[in-house]
Design a protein around this ligand. Structure first.
Ligand SMILES: Nc1ncnc2c1ncn2[C@@H]1O[C@H](COP(=O)(O)OP(=O)(O)OP(=O)(O)O)[C@@H](O)[C@H]1O
Ligand SMILES: [Mg+2]
Length: 248
């Protein structure tokens, strides 16, 4: 297995003139948990979408397990299916992710696409619904749920596929304390399972539990990288990147 799941070299990306990522180079080592930190609008979600190959850089390159990850690769169905199965993204805003008529269908969607046997789908979906405490919502329309309920459905629908690489965009935002603890426990368990995790978060107090490494973005550029302890100790960098408030 390659040492790095992803290697980005000098990646820049703009939305019609709005620069979101500017000359970003980074590696995501296999089996490690990387936290993406930074103020609103610094480019965390954009970076996750690049890793998920939903967007492709305007300039610079992305490698996945050592091979170039370009739009051309996704013209081959076999590559596209394998990548989408192995790399799962839970969006910051669940509304862009949820589209099925019921919660059960939403969580079953991925397994159905992969052609799992019916009985396995039923059993695994029920387990996921129980785990995320959304079993009583199974017949409800996902777009009519509360923000936290939607988030749990979105998490269940991605995690049921057991991806090797899990990209989480603010997974604990909008969740109540018990749901937050569950997600934190999951993120901790992924360490021993060898999963690769990239997580955008504003929750600095969770860093030491959920991440091995942190990357700080500031206006689309990398402002720092280090272990949670190193990043949390660098007060001036945290202030510059608008991650903490100045003392009154
Ligand atoms: N669809 C879009 N169209 C135009 N500009 C966008 C779009 N999405 C994001 N941007 C801009 O790109 C930049 C990076 O946004 P991004 O969503 O990646 O930031 P973020 O770090 O995830 O922020 P947050 O903490 O608020 O979620 C911002 O300047 C934002 O306004
Ligand atoms: Mg974001």
């Amino acid at each position: 297995m390659a040492v790095n799941v992803f290697e980005l070299e000098r990646v820049s990306f703009s939305y019609r003139g709005v620069t979101a990522l500017d000359d970003v180079s980074l590696t995501v080592p296999t089996g490690r948990r990387l936290a993406l930190l930074g103020a609103n609008g610094c480019g965390k979600s954009t970076l996750l979408r690049i890793l998920a190959a939903l967007y492709f850089p305007d300039s610079g390159s992305v490698r996945y397990h050592g091979a170039p990850l370009t739009e051309a690769e996704f013209e081959h169905d076999s590559f596209s299916h394998a990548f989408r199965k192995r790399v799962g993204l839970v969006f910051q805003n669940p509304d862009v992710q949820l589209f099925c008529p019921t919660v059960f269908d939403e969580v079953a969607f991925g397994p159905l696409q992969l052609g799992w046997p019916k009985e396995r789908i039923r059993q695994t979906v029920n387990e996921a619904l129980d785990y995320f405490e959304i079993a009583d919502l199974r017949e409800r329309a996902p777009h009519r749920l509360s923000g936290g309920e939607k988030k749990r459905v979105a998490l269940a629908s991605v995690l049921i596929m057991d991806p090797e690489v899990i990209l989480l965009d603010e997974p604990t935002a909008a969740l109540d304390p018990r749901s937050q603890s569950q997600i934190v426990a999951l993120m901790k368990s992924w360490e021993s399972l060898g999963k690769t995790l990239v997580i955008a978060t504003h929750d600095l107090h969770l860093l030491t539990e959920i991440a091995d490494d942190c990357l700080v973005l500031d206006k689309g550029r990398i402002a720092g990288r280090g272990t949670p302890a190193e990043i949390l100790a660098d007060e001036s960098m945290l202030l510059r990147a608008n991650l903490i408030r100045p003392a009154c």
